[in-house]
Design a protein around this ligand. Structure first.
Ligand code: AMP
Ligand code: MN
Ligand code: MN
Ligand code: MN
Length: 280
């Protein structure tokens, strides 16, 4: 395996809350020197066929993926499924259900915004006019476009973040069930951005232990723009739990210049790469 391989196993297109089409994302990745890329849209595999064609056109290796929202002890957790068969029937059924949960939740959040004095009906229409499965990121961008907040972060801080007035906790499936679905679709389960969840150190260790016991394969050791401060801690968690490591930018948007595609995402040597056995 080439140790300098440029690999990114966590990205989004406009089939969820990214801004680039899958084809644009592949072109952008190739131009940035990425060699292996996973498309991991939130709760949908709709972009994978377009991504496959784009990757082939640019000589990129595409890893078919998805990022599934689930719950563990009432906390929202994201699990990446990599090397999945997007046609796997049980996975397909669950993603259809997730799409419906997201649409219902979006309607509820907009109704709450209406109660807060914002034009919830208009915001819902604006979200529904955007491509992709609706996420809070779509709602935040509609709120920015409508002049209700200056920036997406403000929308989360004032309205959409956990515990805020317009936040609706979705009824996501349990973490253990989601790991099982990914495996049943021939995929490998990776716990996304383990350092990002608001958990005590003990709870985080228990999350990792439960994930491993459920058949999870790896932790996302190098994750996103704020990687450096957490890499060692997550690598240690992975080693203790006997899990492999993954790397991903969580790229959404080329305008977020602090988190570009093509940055070096180097996995520490002490952790076995999750792509070992898949990429030579
Ligand atoms: P959802 O999956 O619908 O709960 O939406 C979560 C998405 O919103 C994440 O994947 C991010 O893309 C985005 N997001 C979450 N928190 C923030 C924040 N504080 N500022 C900007 N975007 C955020
Ligand atoms: Mn997102
Ligand atoms: Mn995530
Ligand atoms: Mn993501």
């Amino acid at each position: 395996m080439n140790p300098d391989l440029k690999i990114d196993l966590h990205t989004h297109s406009n089939r969820s809350d990214g801004t680039l089409t899958p084809a644009q994302l592949m072109a952008h990745a190739a131009a940035a020197g990425v060699e292996v890329i996973a498309l991991t849209d939130h709760d949908t595999v709709d972009g994978l066929e377009e991504a496959r064609q784009g990757a082939a056109a640019h000589g990129l290796c595409l890893v078919p993926g998805v990022e599934i929202s689930c719950t563990w002890r009432a906390q929202g957790i994201h699990v990446l499924g990599l090397w999945i068969d997007p046609g796997g029937p049980a996975l397909r059924r669950e993603l259809d259900a997730q799409a419906e949960r997201r649409r219902v939740r979006m309607r509820k959040m907009c109704a709450r915004l209406e109660k807060c004095g914002l034009p919830g009906t208009e915001l819902l229409a604006a979200v529904e006019a955007q491509p992709g499965l609706p996420t809070r990121a779509h709602l935040a961008s509609a709120m920015v476009a409508g002049g209700h907040v200056d920036r997406a972060e403000e929308a989360f801080r004032k309205y959409l973040g956990a515990g805020k007035s317009a936040n609706v906790a979705a009824e996501w499936p349990a973490l253990v069930a989601v790991v099982g679905l990914i495996r049943a679709a021939g995929g490998v389960a990776v716990l996304a951005h383990p350092a990002r969840y608001a958990l005590s150190a003990g709870a985080r260790r228990q999350l990792v232990a439960d994930f491993a016991a459920a058949g999870g394969a790896a932790l996302e050791v190098v994750s996103g723009a704020n990687a450096a401060q957490h890499v060692d801690a997550v690598a240690a968690l992975a080693r203790k739990a006997g899990l492999e490591g993954s790397v991903g930018s969580d790229f959404h948007n080329p305008q977020l210049t602090w988190n570009p595609l093509g940055r070096s995402l180097k996995l520490p040597d002490c952790v076995a790469p999750v792509w070992r056995g898949y990429i030579t």
